[in-house]
Ligand binder design. Structure first.
Ligand code: GLN
Length: 223
């Protein structure tokens, strides 16, 4: 029996743009308040990984070069990440990490990076603009304020299966047309929000509670 919550931070050393590792620090703080220590494992190139050894998966944003490097490694983990998501376990993916759950991502340099193809969306590049600035959007957990900086424009291929995380008040979110930010599927959240997003306390507390539930379920299964 252990009260240590286990978090896998996917490619932490390569994907952590604009303060995204702050999300994990905020969660560790909130979990500590509720009596739990947190262990964060960096799952990086060539590491073995079984998603079900963890209570929460986190994936931060990345620059195109790092995403190209990571893309070659992550195919090994496709099945375990898909099974984890389908089991309804909690995961938060930011920007480049979010893009990796979809079908493909077109870089500024004109390359198409094959992504995990776990969820039905894709991300394209258009020459005329990069989406940079403050964002504000309405979610189930209230208004979220954050920061975005991405060239990728994400479009859902199955709008029944995927729901947006929020409705834009300010900024771009997934793309300039849909007025929607991020993605929800079961207990997986994808978002373009840095800042980090979990400085927004309501959503941070909701995710912390999901993590505790996930932890209790994992212990119940292993005992
Ligand atoms: N490189 C990706 C893009 O520009 C993701 C950026 C990010 O993760 N901050 O769209």
């Amino acid at each position: 029996m252990s009260d240590t919550i286990k978090i896998a931070y996917l490619y932490e050393d390569l994907m952590n743009t604009y303060g995204d590792s702050g999300d994990v620090k905020i969660l560790a703080f909130l979990l500590k308040e509720q009596g739990y220590d947190t262990q964060v494992d960096n799952i990086s190139l060539d590491d073995e990984f079984n998603a079900f050894d963890y209570d929460f998966l986190f994936w931060g944003g990345g620059q195109d070069f790092e995403q190209t490097v990571v893309a070659k490694d992550l195919v090994r983990h496709r099945q375990t990440i898909q099974d984890y998501i389908e089991a309804g376990k909690p995961m938060l993916c930011i920007c480049g990490g979010y893009q990796f759950l979809g079908k493909y991502y077109e870089t500024v340099g004109g390359d198409t990076i094959q992504c995990l193809d776990i969820l039905p969306f894709h991300t394209v590049f258009k020459a005329d603009s990069r989406m940079i600035g403050d964002t504000e959007y309405q979610t189930e957990w209230g208004t979220v304020r954050a920061f975005e900086n991405h060239s990728g424009r994400t479009y859902f291929d199955d709008k029944k299966k995927l729901k947006p995380l929020g409705k834009m008040i300010q900024g771009y979110g997934n793309n300039p047309e849909d007025k929607a930010e991020g993605m929800r599927y079961k207990n997986t959240i994808g978002s373009y929000s840095h800042g980090p997003i979990l400085k927004n306390e309501n959503i941070a507390r909701a995710i912390a509670n999901e993590i505790i539930q996930s932890h209790n379920d994992r212990l119940a299964q292993t005992n």
